[in-house]
Design a protein around this ligand. Structure first.
Ligand SMILES: O=C(O)CCC(=O)C(=O)O
Ligand SMILES: [Fe+2]
Length: 239
């Protein structure tokens, strides 16, 4: 269970880091599953593939279904948040020759294909992610600025911002009250993030591959409520 202080932090900043949420046995299992799938291993970089996303692969159990995650989703959504069974990792293979730079802009998810709005996202890692090691990058507090943007332009919530001339994701991330930050975390640490929080990936100039594991929770009433931008950002949460 999240404490009232953790929930208050999440509401204010749009993210919350939970150390050691995933038990080491699960992390070990997931590592074996993905390396088996690639017929490779951490110790044999010459056999690493270069896939960014992994087709036809899913962890077992999936991240979003772990009891610790289900408990948090139930607490935040009052039993109304659900997640599907999919979820393959997003991998940042090491590229030590590249010059590392903080990304300029971040996006919000839900628009990669048909618009599929959701409420809560979560990210964890299979190996410790150091700074410049392909971390998940997010803009603290940007859930508030994104909310304000859609209160002003509610007709754009369906992704029609893509049709606006010169519109780019910088439009949202530039409104953020704070600049970007890397989620530096150990294997099994989790960052929870509001669906309106701007975020993106970053390059990995270290030597360990970054396996990002993601879960996204939608509201059971998502079809009925998807065009509504409530004045209260937490209307469909129980916090
Ligand atoms: O790889 C990451 O850390 C972020 C990826 C991401 O934002 C996405 O796939 O939507
Ligand atoms: Fe994303």
């Amino acid at each position: 269970m999240l404490t009232p202080e953790q929930i208050a932090f999440f509401q204010e900043h749009g993210y919350l880091i939970l150390k050691n949420l995933i038990d080491p046995e699960t992390i070990d299992m997931w590592r074996s599953q993905i390396w088996n799938h690639f017929n490779s291993s951490l110790e044999t970089p010459e056999t690493w593939p270069d896939d960014y996303t992994v087709q036809d692969f899913s962890f077992s159990p999936v991240f979003g279904h772990l009891p610790a995650m289900q408990e948090i989703a139930a607490q935040l959504g009052g039993g109304q948040f659900f997640t599907g069974s999919g979820g393959s990792p997003i991998i940042k293979w090491p590229n030590p020759e590249e010059a590392w730079k903080m990304p300029n802009d971040g996006h919000i998810d839900a628009y990669g294909g048909a618009w599929s709005p959701f409420m809560l996202g979560a990210t964890t890692y299979l190996y410790d992610a150091e700074s410049h090691g392909g971390a998940f990058v997010f803009w603290p507090g940007s859930h508030h600025s994104t909310h304000k943007y859609f209160r002003q332009y509610p007709e754009q919530i369906d992704g029609s911002f893509y049709d606006i001339k010169d519109w780019g994701w910088h439009v949202l991330s530039d409104l953020s009250p704070e600049g970007p930050r890397e989620f530096i975390g150990a294997a099994g640490d989790v960052v929870l993030w509001h669906a309106f929080l701007c975020h993106t990936g970053s390059s990995n100039v270290r030597s360990v591959p970054r396996f990002g594991v993601f879960a996204r929770y939608a509201h059971k009433q998502k079809e009925e409520i998807k065009y509504e931008i409530p004045e209260d950002l937490w209307k469909y949460w129980v916090i």
